[in-house]
Design a protein around this ligand. Sequence first.
Ligand code: GLV
Length: 350
Amino acid sequence: MSGKPIVLKLGKNAFAEEAWKDLGRIADVITIPETTTREQFLQELKDPQSKLSRVQVITRTARSVNNTGRFDEELALALPSSVVAVCHTGAGYDQIDVEPFRKRHIQVANVPDLVSNATADTHVFLLLGALRNFSIGNRRLIEGKWPESGPACASPFGYDPEGKTVGILGLGRIGRCILERLKPFGFENFIYHNRHQLPSEEEHGCEYVSFDEFLKRSDIVSVNVPLNSGTHHLIDAETIEKMKDGVVVVNTARGAVIDEQAMTDALRSGKIRSAGLDVFEYEPKISKELLSMPQVLSLPHMGTHCVETRNKMEELVAHNAKNVLLTGKVLTIVPELKNETWPNDVKPLI
Ligand SMILES: O=CC(=O)O
């Protein structure tokens, strides 16, 4: 048996080979078979013959939810007492219920900052594309409707940024990157809504408004809030009703922030004129009706799907795990745990 601390790596890496090799020098990095089910995983955590029963650090990708299920209370309680940290590969950690991990004094880390630029690029692409009806033209072009159908394949005219108000729902790191990218395009106004108004130096010239005013004034609703119990279906039939007729909705955060059925109904009626979507409520299951709508410019969750960003994300996860082994602490603990005192008592694992 190896005397090295055990790191369980859930999900595969595409990059960051060096960082993971480096981690492998000081840790026994183990994986689980791709066919593992949650039931098997929970069972094996309890098996004293299995290395899983002695694991100290867990790293995970979003996709590994297919093997383990969500990191919820049941799973938190099933982890052996040796576990000190869970390091997630992504900014959004809605697959992890932090509270039961807090109770067990297990640190949870995510990947903030590094994802902001790539996600903001994706957001701006979708926003401009939805505003200009590019999805309609693109679909008609691919269907072979040019030149017979007429100029621009008879696509409806799109709209310029001129005179439009962009409403940023969630002015955080990603929201600010989106704001800075959008400024040069000539939009008239930028407003935002967060639970609380930010200090002025963090507002970057964006005007804070109440949620009702946000809904009333936005020509474009840009969704950037994390998914949690407070933001689930924040955009639903009632809030959509309060929006401008012909509003454009863009979401690169999490699908379930929007009630997808209500959005689909509003797209069908024209209340929402067009949408740019990288995320879906039940992804990877996607509503056929939503996908079939030409006014929806959609991507299969590609916000951080690029070489440099993914490489940095996977590197940070390896560094988070390594830091736990060397110091006891993750580098990027999630905001809910930042003020906890117990992570200060942790000890190096080697
Ligand atoms: O969706 C991507 C992320 O959470 O980083």
